[in-house]
Design a protein around this ligand. Structure first.
Ligand code: 5RP
Length: 219
């Protein structure tokens, strides 16, 4: 089974968690795109829908969904999103698609956060995947220097502008044995908008899709 099949299966498994009257948050990325394509099948169950990116909003609107803002919905029932890495405590690295800031806001506002991944994303320790950091453009060089001090190798995602008008640094070579501490430390650097470590608000449920089906891990 290839990675796309696994992602599709993870998305399908997440559909089961959408109950009648659900206010739903939708993340960003190729795994979530499979979910979005399946949402018309459960349209009747969805009360309101909010999205973490312009890209996901456009796909939802193409399918006839009216997308609300978080200011309109307030806290909502269920957020479903992918990830670039998860450890067994369901702490995540996210932001490969550059939507990490809005994703973190939605994860925080959700009563339940389900993360959908293929089994290549489950790791012993976070940090093999380059850590995305959204930064104010004017602070990019300063934040880069701070990351070098933390023994990371920051690479500017050249040509990419986030939905919030900012830049992304992808930091290679970090080992992250204590994600909560590292998240707080990087968040304290002036000019950092969001770091792609989701440890303060990890997933509640991780659906890991492999050759033998979809496994559920809970926090
Ligand atoms: C986007 C993300 C995505 O969830 C993450 O990059 C996983 O993407 P994919 O489902 O395409 O593997 O954090 O900012």
């Amino acid at each position: 089974m290839d990675a796309s099949d696994k992602k599709r299966n993870a998305a399908k498994a997440a559909l089961e968690f959408i109950e009648f009257g659900t206010s739903l948050g939708v993340g960003t990325g190729s795994t979530v795109n499979f979910l979005i394509q399946m949402l018309p099948g459960v349209r009747d169950k969805i009360d309101r829908i909010v999205s973490s990116s312009k890209a996901s909003t456009a796909l939802l609107e193409e399918l006839g969904f009216e997308v609300s803002t978080l200011n309109e919905t307030g806290d909502f029932d269920l957020y479903i999103d992918g990830a670039d890495e998860s450890n067994k405590r369901l702490e995540l690295i996210k932001g490969g698609g550059g939507a990490l800031t809005r994703e973190k806001v939605l994860a925080s506002a959700a009563r339940r956060f389900i993360c959908i991944v293929d089994d290549s994303k489950l790791v012993g320790m976070l940090g093999h995947f380059p850590l995305p950091i959204e930064v104010l453009p004017m602070a990019q060089e300063m934040v880069s220097r701070r990351m070098l001090k933390l023994r990371g190798q920051p690479i500017w995602r050249e040509g990419f502008i986030t939905d919030n008008g900012n830049h992304i640094l992808d930091v290679h070579g970090l080992h992250i044995p204590n994600p909560l501490e590292m998240e707080a430390r990087i968040n304290r650097i002036p000019g950092v908008v969001t770091v792609g470590i989701f440890a303060d608000r990890p997933a509640d449920i991780l659906l890991v899709s492999g050759d033998d089906g979809v496994r559920e891990m809970r926090n």
